[in-house]
Design a binder for this molecule. Structure first.
Ligand SMILES: NC(=O)c1ccc[n+]([C@@H]2O[C@H](COP(=O)([O-])OP(=O)(O)OC[C@H]3O[C@@H](n4cnc5c(N)ncnc54)[C@H](O)[C@@H]3O)[C@@H](O)[C@H]2O)c1
Ligand SMILES: N[C@H](C(=O)O)[C@H](O)COP(=O)(O)O
Length: 351
């Protein structure tokens, strides 16, 4: 990707003291560990964690890390982070949590932390929300949730904010991967790739790369769906029937979409060098490349929301919860990107 666009967002714009709300995610996973870990670092933001207060203190004790907590009050002026301390918006767990052991009884708690974080962003109480990982399976297994209805933060926030469409984009310093379809069984992907969906996703991607990342006319590489982008119709017709004409129509609107390109060679330096972002047709077409390239230092960003939401590039890692070996690199990236997006947003609003 071009050097001038390498940064995740425009670093020139800096907000005075951004207030960032972290949802601690699945209580039995590494989310609480990561919150305690980042509390030990220096940040120019106010960090507020939406979770059970005692869960954080218990996890800190388990990790052998110092932690004090105070109740967050949105009416107080923002103050930069103090090492070893976290502001907390307390949401009680239904049942005591054992690190590494899922418990469906706590799934409504996880969703409640998301609701509070999102509403707080919508109400302007904090600048952005940053989500630690949750466990999609245990949420769907809980009695309070219709099985299969919870597919991820991205779709949940889309519905909560009443958006027709949002876009999942994962980014490192030098690679951005956005997805047309997100958490969809592979069997359903081909039917979901319609001109309407591609158009909605491409427009959001184009718009938000300009708004938050200061890229004037984003050059976006678009993958085909089939091997070798359909091999001229011999390996699938979606490129000829759907993707190609849609990209053509979008480009007449002013977008700068290149494709459909064979996905296996799209992610090579020759192509990426002059690209601002890539658009993959489905989850495991784009994300393995991104994670191979930058697992642990990427952020997951939801574009198209009326709020700023970033997240980590990994899951709940139940095997590591409470051990102190989880890498907090991605949460650190997610915090930095959220703060920079908030600054870019404020600059746009005041300019
Ligand atoms: N942002 C999110 O909420 C998010 C993202 C991805 C997956 N998930 C969910 O997490 C659950 C578990 O998913 P999974 O097992 O496929 O992926 P995972 O990321 O939890 O684990 C995959 C591997 O990576 C390791 N790992 C993950 N994060 C790490 C970290 N910070 N430091 C060191 N090692 C780390 C784990 O130990 C494991 O070996 C699933 O329910 C999945 O849907 C949530
Ligand atoms: N697709 C994401 C990943 O693989 O990292 C992850 O499942 C999180 O998605 P949400 O942010 O929608 O929960």
């Amino acid at each position: 990707m071009t050097t001038s666009n390498k940064a995740l967002v425009n670093k020139a714009s800096v907000l005075t003291i951004p207030v960032l709300a972290i949802t601690a995610g699945e209580p039995a996973g590494i989310g609480p560990d990561l919150c305690v870990q980042i509390a030990q670092q220096t940040w120019n933001y106010q960090i507020l964690v939406i979770c059970d207060k005692q869960l954080l203190l218990d996890r800190a004790k388990q990790l052998g890390l110092p932690l004090t907590v105070s109740d967050f009050n949105e009416n107080q002026p923002a103050q930069a982070h103090t090492v070893g301390h976290l502001w907390v918006k307390h949401v009680p767990l239904a049942e005591t949590c054992i690190a590494g052991t899922l418990n469906t009884a706590n799934s409504p708690y996880v969703l409640k932390t998301l609701d509070i974080a999102t509403q707080g962003c919508l109400d302007g109480h904090w600048h952005a929300m940053v989500t630690a990982p949750l466990h999609k399976g245990v949420i769907n297994d809980s009695a309070e949730v219709k099985t299969g209805s919870f597919t991820g933060h991205t779709e949940y926030l889309r519905d909560f904010c009443d958006c027709e469409e949002v876009v999942m984009m994962l980014a490192t310093e030098d690679l951005r991967v956005a997805l047309v379809t997100t958490h969809l069984p592979l069997r359903e992907v081909a039917d979901a790739i319609t001109p309407e969906l591609i158009s909605r996703v491409a427009r959001i991607l184009d718009h938000d790369l300009q708004k938050f990342f200061a890229i004037a006319r984003p050059r976006i590489l678009v993958a085909g769906l089939n091997p070798h982008a359909g091999e001229g119709g011999h390996l699938g017709m979606e490129e000829i029937d759907v993707i190609e004409p849609t990209l053509k129509a979008l480009n007449t609107e002013g977008l700068n979409l290149i494709g459909p390109l064979p996905a296996d060679t799209l992610y090579t330096p020759k192509h990426l060098e002059h690209a601002d972002a890539t658009l993959a047709m489905y989850h495991d077409q784009g994300l393995p490349v991104l994670k191979f390239h930058g697992f642990g230092r990427a952020a997951n960003i939801t574009l198209g929301l009326p709020i700023i939401r970033t997240s980590v590039d990994h899951g709940t890692a139940l095997d590591l919860a409470g051990l102190g070996t989880a890498d907090s690199g991605s949460l650190e990236t997610a915090l930095r990107v959220a703060a920079q997006m908030a600054a870019a947003y404020q600059t746009k609003r005041t300019s």
